[in-house]
Write a protein that binds this ligand. Sequence first.
Ligand code: ATP
Ligand code: MG
Length: 408
Amino acid sequence: MAAGKNTAVQETLVMARYGELFLKSEPVKRHFIGMLLRNIRKALGAANLDCRYETPRGRILIYGGPADRVAEIVSRIFGIIDVSTCHRTSTDLADLCDVALSLAAPHLSAGMSFAVRAKRQYKTGLTSQELGTEIGSYIYDNTPGLTVDLDHPDYEVFIEVRDFGGLVYDRRIPGPGGLPWGTQGRVLVLLSAGIDSPVASWLSMKRGCEITHLYLDAGRWAGTDVTAAAIDNHRKLSLWCSGNPVSLVIANNEPLFDAMSRLKVPPRYRCVICKRFMLRVAARMMAHEGALAVVTGENLGQVASQTLANLGVVADAATVPVIRPLITYDKEETITIARRIGTFEAKPGDLACRAVPKMPATAAVLEEVKEIEEQMGIEDLAFAACSELRFVTALDGRITEDSAALQE
Ligand code: ATP
Ligand code: MG
């Protein structure tokens, strides 16, 4: 049994684990880890934290800055599985025992159960299991009244012994997983004031996409607080790619509703025509924003305009790839994510769309829709919507720039 004297040299650092990148080939993995490090640096830099990094196999070690703050920021970086604030020590068993006990002691009291989870890198010396048993015995002998429970312990302490040293920690803060932001190119996300599209945007970022948001402002046809609520979604989402400014493009689709009203378009067709219009505007904006696909928060069967038949009619207007991350999600599943990412809070104010009819068509007839759109001069309306744009930039949860600009 090891005997320590509480003299172990230790240093606090943050360790981040990444996941799916392991599946990649060596060169791709190197590139992705480089992007991951760049994103971590940017996010910590945005918080004025000047840190030092090491990248032993499968881990990112971050030194400097208040560890809890660093861990909190890094736990929001896509690609990261979990983050721990660690004590780094030597690989000596006595040191590991000392550091593990001093970390565990304040959390343990008689009657509690605990477990030591140990892992070591080399093939010689103690096995991982033996290491766990040794350190567990040391904690047990030095804290009266404990029991060991490897299945459902009240408290866990983790030990990693690697060639660069030992790491001791007791908390794993979950990260979002996914792929590093920026590894998959850019998407143009149709962002509304609602619950779904912010989640669709976040899920796209989680899969490595950079984002540009596009919001269509229906002017007096929309509730008075809709635009502010959409901008707020945009602002909150920027917290998930800290250090990278995100653009929101606001196009004007009030003239579309004016035209539908003037031409007495059957109200039941308004929703599908509106959604088709959004795809037209998005398609016109794609090249300018350098986006490779459009993302929406559409969902199968959530509202009358989202029947399978209507989704087909809407999709017919797309001339670019459209990704619908939430298509098969239950509302509860979407809400769970929305809560986690901070975009769920009930938004106060007038958020209703004044153009939604009492009875939207559940199976719009494509040929009729196309005929109506032709009468409306839909392409001219889409061109007009793209000719007067407003740009709102968000960075780290703040609106940094809000500019009216005319596109040439
Ligand atoms: P959400 O679906 O985002 O909760 P919603 O319920 O207001 O918002 P829907 O009618 O369900 O919107 O529209 C489906 C999708 O169309 C949205 O998820 C979003 O991607 C897009 N969308 C709706 N309204 C707008 C808008 N004003 N500007 C940009 N995109 C929009
Ligand atoms: Mg919706």
